[in-house]
Design a protein around this ligand. Sequence first.
Ligand code: ISE
Length: 342
Amino acid sequence: MKGRWAELRVGVVGAGGMGSRHARNLLGRGAAVVAVADSDPERARSLAEACGGARTYEDGAELVRDPDVEAVVVASPDPTHARYVLACLQAEKPVFCEKPLATTVQDAEEVVRRELACGRRLVQVGFQRRYDPEFRALRRAVEEGLVGRPVLFRAWHRNARAAHGPPGSNEAVIVNSAIHDLDELRWLAGAEVEVVHAVVGRSVDPSLGEGILDLQVMQLGLTGGALALVELNLSAGYGYEVGVEVVGDQGSLSAGLPSGVVARREGRCGVSVPGDWLARFEDAYAAEVASWVDTLRSGGPPWPHAWDGYAALVAARACAHALRTGGAVRLTAENPPPLYAA
Ligand code: ISE
């Protein structure tokens, strides 16, 4: 560990919802936010002030080059992620990148290639479900064989509404949102998506634009033989919910079911549902960033890594292809390079 990493000096690219969340989570966690970049100078300034007077940039690439910035958080719009991650790798600076790692498979491949050339893991991808206490407990139970061999994963991912505004394309829906579910399946099953049997969709909220399929159902096959069924819903209306049932050959496990304080009032009895992912995954977001800082300060390898970002994107692109063509898509089996072992 470099001595100066006693307090990690971080630059944040993207001062929107996730950039602000990560910046606030970094404060008091052995890290200081010393620079903020956003194409909207006012937004950059306001986050910089909240972080105790960080420098501001309009261009994230300039922030990456700032010699005082030791590590970078990338939370800018999805299509810009790979560009900033590649800039960090060029400067050999550790980077925490919000999902998706990239929006094209070629860019994700390039990230992996450049990281391999660096010879060490510098990239962590923001798949925060891996830091959610409930999902972690579920994964442990699967690993311990509590319900035997998993044969089916049945996942649901509901957003009250398309919170980033109209998604622009059905591919963008998958690459921005379903990528979480694809990563979750890879992680929980310890397997890869082997085949996308079918992806079907329908339009629920017509205001999102003609042809935007804000409800999608994905049917997948994983290496090792388990099946998976994913409901992705951007227009659930009532709130935000993410969960999964793992059906094994000796029982089933579930995470993400409604829980918490039960209120009986006004003729009703129930628990409340969070409005968005910031509320639902509040603890997970804090834990992933804390782990990133601790890992960098102790010299350990960050996780989830660039290969996780790459593999989830390959699966996402296969789903997008299946939705477009109405046919099945078989993925090519790939082994991660040794840098990504464990
Ligand atoms: C958003 O960008 C997220 O990362 C959320 O976790 C996800 O649930 C949502 O669908 C995405 O748009």
